[in-house]
Design a protein around this ligand. Sequence first.
Ligand code: GLA
Length: 725
Amino acid sequence: MIRVDEKNNVFLLNTENTSYGIAIVDGRYIEHLYYGAKLEETDIRYLLREDEAPFTPSVNKRETGAFLDFAPMEYPEAGMGDYRESALSVRSVKGHRASELCYEGYEITPGKPALEGLPATWGEDSECSTLKIFCRDSLLGMKVTLMYSVFEGVDALTRSVLIENEGEEPFYIEKILSACLDMDDRDFEVISLIGSWARERHIQRMPLGYGRQNIASFKGESSHQEHPFLALVTPETTQSTGEVYAMNFVYSGNFIAQAEKSQFDSVRMSMGIHPEGFTWKLEPGERFTAPEVVMVYSAEGLGKMTRTFHDLYREHLIRSPYLHKKRPILINNWEATYFEFDEKKLLEIAKDAAELGIEMLVMDDGWFGKRNLDDSSLGDWYVNEEKIKGGLHELVENVKKLGLKFGIWIEPEMISPESELYRKHPDWAIQIPGRDITQSRAQYVLDFSRKEVVDGVYEMISDVLKSADISYVKWDMNRQLATLGSYALPADRQGELSHRYVLGVYRMQERLITDFPEILLENCSGGGARFDAGMLYYSPQIWCSDDTDAIERLAIQEGTALVYPVSAMGAHVSVCPNHAVGRVTPFETRGDVALLGTFGYELDITKLSDEEKEQVKVQVEKYHRYNDLIREGDYYRLASVSDNGYYDSWMIVEKDKSRALVFYVQVMARANAKSRFVRLAGLDPEKRYIAGGKTYAGSTLMRAGVRIPSEFGDFKSRLIEIMEA
Ligand code: GLA
C-alpha cells in the first residue's frame, strides 16, 4: 500500500512487513527516508536530520555542496556536488556533464505498468500498486520518472526509471542506474554471487569497508563470474536472523551492483546497467527505460529473503504455462556423445530412456549445417542430413513412437566465421571495421541490435521448429561480446550496442514463446552465464552450470537458490568419472542432488549397467513423488558444506506445512564420527509429523532435529520425507 502524507511531503510504501519512505525536501530534492521493518506512521521526517546543519539547503544556502554530498538521495545525479556514486550522468550537446532533478509531482496507480521491450515483474491491480515520481532538469529539457511498484503480499518492491527528452536538443545518457538506496552503515557485510565457467554463483561474504565495492559485468551478458545480485547484511545475519537488504536485476546484459561506504559512515547501494562503454543518445521526443531492480528487505535473515524472491519470481515474473507443471524428465545427448552422433545413436538412447521412464529426448549441439566440432556452422540453421538421415521430421516421429517427446538445441545469437551465413552476411557480426574480430570458441556474435538480423535468424529457426513436432528448445549463448561495433549504428550511437543487443535477444525470445506457446524454453549460456531474472521472464528454467558433478553442484545450486526458485534450476544426472572434475560419486547422490531442479539425464544411457538402470527407475519414481513439493514449496537452507566442510542440508516445505522433504549430503566421511542431529525449519510447531516411521511434534523436529547417522564413505546422500500425522 502506498500512503502519501501531503502535509509532511512524505511517501510511505508499505508491504506486509516492510516500509520504504521518501521525502520531498525544499519542494525539489527527492530524499530517501527509510527502508526496513514496517512503520505505521508517515510523520517520519525527523529521519532527515533537518535540524543538523547543513542538512537543509534552504536553511544554510552556503553549504549546498555539503548537503549534496551527504543527504540520502533517491536518485543521485552526477555533476552537481554529490561525489558518491551517481545513478544518472547526462552529457549535453555542448559537452557538459551534469543534471539536476527537481521534483514536479506524483501519480499512484493500482497494478504495475509493463516496461517497454524489457522483462519485468507483473501483477494484478489487487496485488501491487505503483508510485511514479516526476522530476525534471529544465536546462536539458529532461523529464525523469522514478517508478516504484509495491508487492504488498510478497514483501518486495521494484524500481525502474524512465527518461524522456522534452527539450529542443538531443542529450546523451552516459550512465543510468535503476535503483539507489542510501542509509546509515550498520557494520554491513556484503554478499554476492561469484564464480567462473562451471563454477557459477558461489556465495561470497565479506565486510564492507570504506570506499566502493562492486560486482559487475561488461561482457554483454550477466556472466559466469559476477552476478546481478547484491545483499547488505548486518553482521549477525544467518539463515533465520539478522537484517538483509537485497537487490536483484531483472536484466541479462552488462550490470554494476555496488556498495559504497562514505566518510560519514553512510552507505549507498546501487544497481543498474554498467556505464562502461554505454552512451545512449536521446533525441527530442525520445524515451529510455532503465531495466527493473527488485528490492527485498528481510528482518528474519537470508532464508526469508530467499523465500521472498522465490515467491515473487514464481508468482510475478515467470510467465510460462509450464511454471506450475511437472516438466518432462529429459535426457540430453551432450555429455553422452558431444558432436559424434547420428539418428541411430539418438534412437538407441531414446529407446533405453523410454524403457526407464524418461519422457523427452533433447538433441544438443551438432545437428545443423556441417557442424561436427565447435568450429563451424552457427547461423546455418538447417538439419545436417548426413548425420540425421531421413531428416528431422522422421527422427522426431520415430522418437515419438518410442513414447518420448523431442527437444532441440539452438544458439541463435552466434555466427561461425566458417558458415554460409557469414559468407552471405559478413556485416551481421558485431565488429569494428579494420580490426580483427575477437574470436571465442571459434565464433562471432551476431548484431542483434539490428532488426533484420534478428528476423533473418528467427525465420530459419522457426522453419526448423515448424518442420517437426518439437516440445522443447534449449537456447544457448556460448561466448561474451567484444570488439563492439555495429554497421547499423552511427558514430554517436555505437555506445548503445550492448543494450540494443540485449533488447534484440528479448524481442526474439518473446516472438518465439508467442509463436510457439506450447514449446518449453530453457535458457543456457555456456552453462549458467545467463541465469538471471531477465531470462526467467521468457523461460521457466535455465541450465545452471556445465558442471554436473553432484558435489560441485552443491555450492552452485546453493548460490543459485539463494535468489532463484529451484523450479528454474536446470539439473541433470551425468556419468562418472564426472566430465568436469573427474570425481566419482554414487548414482543415488547424483539423482538426489538433481532432484533440486528440473531433473533429467545427461549421459549415454545405453552404457549404464543393469544396476544403474534399476536406479534410474528409482530416481524417476522419486521425481514423480516429490517434484510437485519441490517445485512449489518453501526452500530452507539447513547447513552448508561451504561453511562446515562436511555436510550439506536443505529442505522443502509444502506451503500448508503438511509435508516436507529433507535433503542431506554427507560430503566428507569422518573417522569415528557419531550421528548428527540436523534441526529442521519451516514446519508448524503445533503440528505432529511422521518422520522415519515415528511421530514427533513440529517444534521438536525444529528445536532438537532429526538424527542422521554417520556413513562409511564420501558423497552419500539421504532424503527424509516428513508427513503431517
Ligand atoms: C554449452 C552448454 C552445454 C552444451 C554445449 C554445446 O556449453 O552449456 O550444455 O549445450 O554448449 O555446445
